[in-house]
Design a protein around this ligand. Structure first.
Ligand SMILES: [Fe+2]
Length: 238
């Protein structure tokens, strides 16, 4: 975890060592500064098999190419956590560069090579990516679980949750978040934006500290969304 936090907080151009994970080979996992509104992209792969995936890649491939070249990786997939422009903006460049498959939730109609739904998996060398359907912020939102790392897109941030309307979207997000909270508390949370007090967290930490997840009822959850600016001011949250 310490190594990954280092990766998360240094400029994307700095090449850090991969972290050992619960597999027979090294799992490569990088959080990449993707520009935009403090967007994060991710590079995840199998060091031995040299197979990897880019998640929500930025349009400027210079932000990840040094890492791909350093590990001599073949990119099998470009995955988007949802269809918003600041998460799909780098898909075309990545596909042209790597001739890889475009993966997204099956409700994204345009250009998807591998449509996925809840519980679907894809191999990544000896690793497995599992997709968890988490509608709410958008109807096409997915989270990506690989080993003990969960890439949460705009569904769950560190200490925050994704923006929704206050009706159906909020209800779907409430259900999605509580689905994620059933994962092992040690699972690491890697969000789509650097909106929180830290660039990553764990399910256990979010359960104990995320004010939206501490709300006991859906009505209280929505009430916090309505009064979020006041809450932030009162609690000194940036
Ligand atoms: Fe979004």
């Amino acid at each position: 975890m310490a190594i990954l936090r280092l990766v998360a907080t240094v400029p994307q151009s700095v090449l850090a060592a991969p972290a050992r994970c619960d597999y027979n080979s090294l799992m490569i996992f990088y959080q990449i500064d993707a520009g935009g509104d403090r967007n994060f992209a991710y590079l995840v792969g199998d060091e031995d098999a040299k197979r990897a995936a880019l998640i929500d890649p930025p349009p400027n491939s210079g932000r990840y190419m040094k890492l791909v070249e350093k590990h001599d990786l073949g990119i099998d997939y470009v995955v988007v956590t949802h269809g918003h422009g600041d998460h799909t903006w780098g898909v075309s460049e990545a596909i042209e560069r790597f001739d890889c498959k475009f993966v997204g939730h099956k409700s994204i109609a345009a250009g998807i090579d591998i449509p996925v739904g809840d519980g679907d998996t894809l191999p990544l060398g000896t690793l497995t990516m599992e997709f968890i359907y988490t509608p709410g912020h958008t109807d096409d939102a997915i989270c990506v679980l690989c080993g003990d790392k969960l890439v949460t897109g705009d569904t769950l941030f560190v200490g925050k949750v994704g923006g929704t309307d206050l009706g159906t979207g909020a209800r779907k997000e409430w259900d999605s978040l509580h689905k994620l909270m059933k994962l092992d508390p040690k699972v690491e949370v890697w969000p789509g934006h650097d909106f929180g007090v830290a660039p990553s967290s764990t399910i256990g930490h979010e359960l104990e500290s995320n004010p939206f997840l501490l709300r006991k009822t859906f009505e209280e959850f929505v009430d916090l969304k309505v009064n979020w600016l006041d809450y932030k001011r009162k609690h000194g949250i940036p």
